[in-house]
Design a protein around this ligand. Structure first.
Ligand code: ATP
Ligand code: MG
Length: 464
């Protein structure tokens, strides 16, 4: 339960629970000791009262009488509910002459006779008993003073009420404060998260900066570590890109030469010659390798740098026709139909701002896929637009893509399991997706194995 909570909630909860617990313990401590001290004081008062009453009875001195009257006047007010009980004890024994109507057990009186005094609490009523040796009268005496500490109880009630209301207010304040401090504590982490979200392959040179850290605390160390990780990533991505770029570039020229020379040699040989078909294969595969290298070069040139140079205003329908003719030149059996039902009358509606070479590569890849994997059937292209975008749909009724392969289709060199011996490298769609991403366009794909594939490209329209 605690593990799925947000850190902010955890901090608030922990801070509030600990503070509330401390407050409750403190309040109980104060309340209990106040109760104890009030009770002790009241017992003292009762005891004084019992001594005065007892002294008055056992010594018949005049000054004691005077004192008795004064004290009674003073104390009786406070001990309004109070009564004194006089219990006579048979001299030389510890048995009471009459059993009094009091809640104490008989052992209590025996203890009083032995110790000289005793205290007893029954519900709210306090009892104090004092033993007197009575030399004037026949029997000894126990004076029991009984009373309810109204004043003390009132005081206790007021204190408890104050503690409860004060405690509740303090808890509310603590909860507010814990929200405030949790937010303050987590603000730098939120900032770091927000900044990290901005980092992607196109801006790996971005470095984190937090104004909340002095550079030496844990956050400072975290920021420094993340920055040095970004440094390393930046360097390795850059070197990887330049490696792919350099390698592709260096391979391109020898390959062109190999292809060219093979074609030349092939043309010089009669068809019956054994080496004729070998040279043809060499030329064909040299072409294919050049295609792969071109794609890799394009990928590394775009350099994931997040922007495209040389953008022009393009008519998307014209570009698609151009691609169709280029494909048709290579594959004579390529069948394509344009669905122009939803095409707008105003040709300006079909213009986009894009790099023509990159768009040519991207759409060629999609259209050639539809042909390659299309089982020799007809490929359909539909163009439609709305206020903000132009949508191009490329549809074939070919082999389709198995469900399990679909999530990986945009990964470099990944090819679906059902391609059989259809030639490909698994780079076309990655390249196309990168190109569309760079133009703010979207590429999506729906496919069912054995039924066909629909590729949808949505391009942002130029607003004139
Ligand atoms: P190349 O790099 O030459 O384009 P490729 O066509 O194999 O090689 P991608 O275009 O990236 O690579 O496509 C990746 C995979 O997606 C393909 O290998 C294929 O399995 C699947 N795929 C793409 N388009 C279709 C389609 N129209 N019909 C069926 N499968 C497709
Ligand atoms: Mg392809």
């Amino acid at each position: 339960m605690l593990s799925v909570m947000k850190i902010r909630t955890k901090i608030v909860l922990l801070f509030s629970v600990i503070s509330t617990l401390l407050l409750v313990i403190f309040a109980l401590y104060v309340s209990y000791f106040t109760y104890d001290s009030l009770q002790t004081k009241f017992f003292h008062r009762l005891e004084e009262n019992a001594i005065i009453v007892g002294d008055h009875i056992v010594s018949q001195k005049e000054e004691n009488k005077e004192l008795y009257i004064q004290v009674k006047r003073k104390y009786l007010k406070q001990l309004s509910e109070g009564t004194d009980h006089l219990l006579r004890i048979v001299k030389g024994s510890d048995s009471l002459r009459f059993k009094p109507d009091l809640p104490m057990p008989m052992d209590f009186y025996k203890d009083v006779i032995r110790d000289g005094a005793g205290r007893y609490m029954h519900k709210d009523t306090a009892f104090v008993a004092v033993f007197f040796v009575d030399s004037i009268h026949q029997d000894n005496l126990i004076v029991v003073s009984e009373g309810i500490d109204e004043y003390g109880h009132d005081e206790q009630r007021v204190l408890d009420r104050t503690l409860v209301t004060g405690g509740c207010l303090a808890i509310l304040l603590i909860i507010f404060m814990s929200f405030y401090f949790a937010d303050r504590l987590l603000k730098p982490i939120k900032d770091i998260n927000r900044d990290l979200g901005k980092v992607d392959i196109a801006n790996l040179d971005y470095r984190l900066f937090s104004k909340f850290s002095n550079g030496k605390d844990e956050l400072g160390v975290l920021i420094a570590n993340l920055n040095s990780m970004l440094n390393r990533l930046d360097i390795s991505v850059q070197s990887q890109q330049s490696f792919i770029g350099n390698a592709s570039h260096s391979l391109k020229t020898p390959l062109t030469i190999i292809g060219g020379e093979a074609e030349l040699a092939q043309n010089l040989l009669p068809k019956e010659h054994e080496a004729y078909y070998s040279l043809e294969t060499i030329a064909k595969y040299a072409d294919k390798m050049e295609l792969i290298i071109n794609n890799l070069l394009q990928l590394s040139r775009m350099g994931f740098k997040g922007e495209v140079d040389n953008k022009e205003i393009l008519r998307i329908d014209e570009l698609l026709y151009e691609i169709y003719h280029a494909e048709k030149n290579i594959h004579k059996d390529f069948k394509l139909s344009f669905d122009l039902a939803q095409i707008p009358e105003d040709s300006d509606e079909l213009t986009v701002l894009a790099n023509p070479d990159l768009f040519f590569i991207a759409f060629s890849n999609i259209i050639s896929n539809a042909f390659k994997y299309g089982n020799g059937g007809q490929v359909q292209i539909a163009i439609s637009c709305d206020d903000k975008s132009i949508t191009i749909q490329v549809f074939d009724k070919g082999i389709g893509i198995p469900k399990k392969d679909q999530p990986h289709i945009f990964t470099s060199f990944y090819r679906a399991s059902n391609v059989g011996d259809i030639y490909g490298n698994g780079l076309g769609l990655v390249l196309a997706k990168n190109i569309f991403d760079l133009h703010g366009a979207e590429l999506s794909l729906q496919s069912a194995e054995g039924q066909g594939t629909l590729v949808v490209v949505t391009l942002p329209k130029i607003v004139f």
